[in-house]
Write a protein that binds this ligand. Structure first.
Ligand SMILES: NC(=O)c1ccc[n+]([C@@H]2O[C@H](COP(=O)([O-])OP(=O)(O)OC[C@H]3O[C@@H](n4cnc5c(N)ncnc54)[C@H](OP(=O)(O)O)[C@@H]3O)[C@@H](O)[C@H]2O)c1
Length: 166
């Protein structure tokens, strides 16, 4: 989604970046944070002092995104979390890496594919189902323990959000 289109959505809903409250002390995982809606979410959370893990499949792209966010918010607390949603082994690995975080407050399942051509994930699921649904469910399961740990220790609310229609 382009900036122009997002601005239209903001105009329609009345909800803007400025309405997002301070997120100090909270940690968010944002899948597909390199582009579009995921980038806007990651960037906005960073300006609101959250720690944001950019869960992306392409490290150079994610590092470029981190630099881009830091141009606007130099103190942004950001880290790359390697995640290829078309491979459940990568999803498990990302969940393991996320376990090292003291807390996860929210998992924002934004990444998605939409393509007319029949393709498959590494484990043989149809790509749209595998990436948009199957992998995000696995990712959520992997992170629930960490989210609960945050909840128990600091009264944080662990939650999962799904971006998109499907
Ligand atoms: N834009 C709309 O109007 C609209 C409408 C309805 C629903 N949605 C849904 O909302 C979400 C965001 O939309 P958008 O327009 O911002 O999408 P977008 O710009 O196309 O971005 C999709 C993101 O998903 C990532 N991704 C794709 N396959 C992946 C994989 N196997 N592993 C990890 N990441 C992967 C991409 O990573 P790379 O950067 O590596 O390619 C990219 O960052 C999507 O789920 C989309 O289906 C959007």
């Amino acid at each position: 989604m382009t900036h122009e289109r997002l601005d239209k959505v903001h105009a329609m809903s009345g909800f803007t970046h400025a309405d997002v409250p301070d997120q100090s002390g909270k940690t968010f995982i944002v899948t597909g944070a390199n582009t579009g809606i995921g980038f806007e979410i990651a960037s906005t959370l960073a300006t609101r002092r959250a720690r944001v893990l950019l869960a992306c499949r392409d490290e150079p792209k994610a590092e470029a995104t981190i630099s881009r966010i830091r141009l606007k918010t130099p103190e942004a607390n950001l880290a790359f979390l390697p995640l290829d949603l078309a491979d459940l082994a990568s999803v498990r690995n990302a969940a393991k890496l996320a376990e090292k975080e003291p807390r996860i407050d929210a998992l924002i399942n934004n990444a998605g594919v939409q393509g007319p051509k029949l393709k498959h994930t590494v484990q043989g699921f149809e790509l749209t189902f595998g990436v948009n649904h199957r992998a995000h469910v696995a990712q959520a399961h992997g992170n629930i323990r960490v989210a609960h740990r945050g909840h128990e220790q600091r009264s944080a609310q662990g939650r999962e959000d799904r971006v998109g229609r499907s």
